[in-house]
Ligand binder design. Sequence first.
Ligand SMILES: C[S@@+](CC[C@H](N)C(=O)[O-])C[C@H]1O[C@@H](n2cnc3c(N)ncnc32)[C@H](O)[C@@H]1O
Length: 228
Amino acid sequence: MINTKEFVPKFFDNSASNYDTIVSWTTFGKDRIWKRSIINKIKNPSSILDLACGTGILTKTLSETFPQSKIVGIDITKSYLDMAKVKLKSWENISLFLRDAENFHLDQKFDYIVSSYIPKYCSPKLIIKSCLEHLNPGGTVILHDFTYPKNPAIQQIWNFYFKLLRIVGIFLPEWRNVFLDLPSLIKSTTWVDEYIIEMSKNAFDTLIEYQRWKTACIISGRHHFSPE
Ligand SMILES: C[S@@+](CC[C@H](N)C(=O)[O-])C[C@H]1O[C@@H](n2cnc3c(N)ncnc32)[C@H](O)[C@@H]1O
């Protein structure tokens, strides 16, 4: 069985400097649209946690969209977080911390916990446990990541595209491992089903929204808080 956590240092230790460009370029700009879809689900937040905030692309847009909210970002990769700290240093409503999303403690709770591209690397059980520990009553979790398309014609295009990216990886050595190993990780992950099961078990109302051609998915879930 694949230990998905092992991919994280392999993929991210050396690639922070051009991550923003690469993610926009390799997704043909869809990354921005997916992040906008996450933001469109957020209503009147007083606080938002961005799990695995990376270089802070989503964190910054959250802060721009909700200037009155307190925005916190955490990430396990120091170079990514350092990049976010430089980019976002003038944003007073943002705080950033080096933390493992599967096991962390912050002294505050949030109305919304959002994340782009973390589900496939992490244990649903641990992520949902962390979310529950940091969610305000009735709070919402929104998770987004890649999925392997189900339509055979789209699969062919998808596979061909990753073959091209492997060639691009020859010229971008810091991205070679990602372009090589990401397709098999996306093909093997069952993150959508696993998170839905875990969230349903833990009293979340869940909604699954596949994105264009089912190459990505956004799961959202509001927690039913029952006072003890
Ligand atoms: C593809 S990047 C996405 C960054 C950002 N969410 C975005 O959408 O631009 C994946 C990020 O997940 C982070 N990550 C992976 N596993 C993590 C974990 N267990 N705890 C915190 N961050 C994690 C990596 O360090 C990396 O910054």
